[in-house]
Design a protein around this ligand. Sequence first.
Ligand code: C5P
Length: 249
Amino acid sequence: MGAAGRYGGEAMIIAIDGPSGSGKSTVARLVAERLGWLHLDSGALYRALTLAALQRGARMDDPEALLSVAMTSRVELRPAEGEEPRVVLDGADVTGAIRTPQVTAHVGALADVPAVRARVTALVRQLAQGRDVVADGRDATTVIFPEADLKVFLDAAPEERARRRFEELVRRGTPVAYDEVLAAILERDRRDRERAVGALRRAPDALVLDTTGLGLAEVVERVVCAADAIRARRAARAEHGGSASEEGR
Ligand code: C5P
């Protein structure tokens, strides 16, 4: 995708990634809410396709079967006032169902399939066409939107990420032990780093935020400030006769 056409003309893209439990989805949702932009949670798409595969009884070690599920499932993100977008799989609302430990346990296998990743990447870009979006996901800044206006890499110590995930599961009413959540986080970190395609990497020009010990509001504030600075620069350049789409990022 060329820089001039980018991802839909003048629309702006903030891409956020980081390891699992770094808070990227929550931060992306709150930043999108603050700015009034669309939140594109690419992890939710991987989760929805994993749920579809489980529902259809596909073998999770069969890449062909997983790709077939990915190509024949319709996943939508429907913006919802004041809350995360609803995730809709073949017409059914699966927003809650995609967060179960069963889906979490299998999503890595599906996300390991390069052709499935290509499908999800295309879907996310398509959903972003012509809109201001905040996209998050493990390869959001490196593969999905390498030319995003702002790239953010969120990090935090594994124990802190496990604590956040544990509290989120408890809030959702899913019974789970902290030690299991930590073990799952460490295992997912390893897989996420080592996979051949779509591995977790830091984009060299990403704003790196270590969120250990930082409140959510503070993290959101820093991302919004960085976005505001970019918008102000673009506006100033446009006023001085330059086209925003010619601007180097
Ligand atoms: O962000 P979340 O934890 O919901 O994502 C679920 C899983 O989907 C991740 O652990 C990862 O395996 C996969 N994923 C991915 N690439 C993305 C987003 C998510 O491989 N861009």
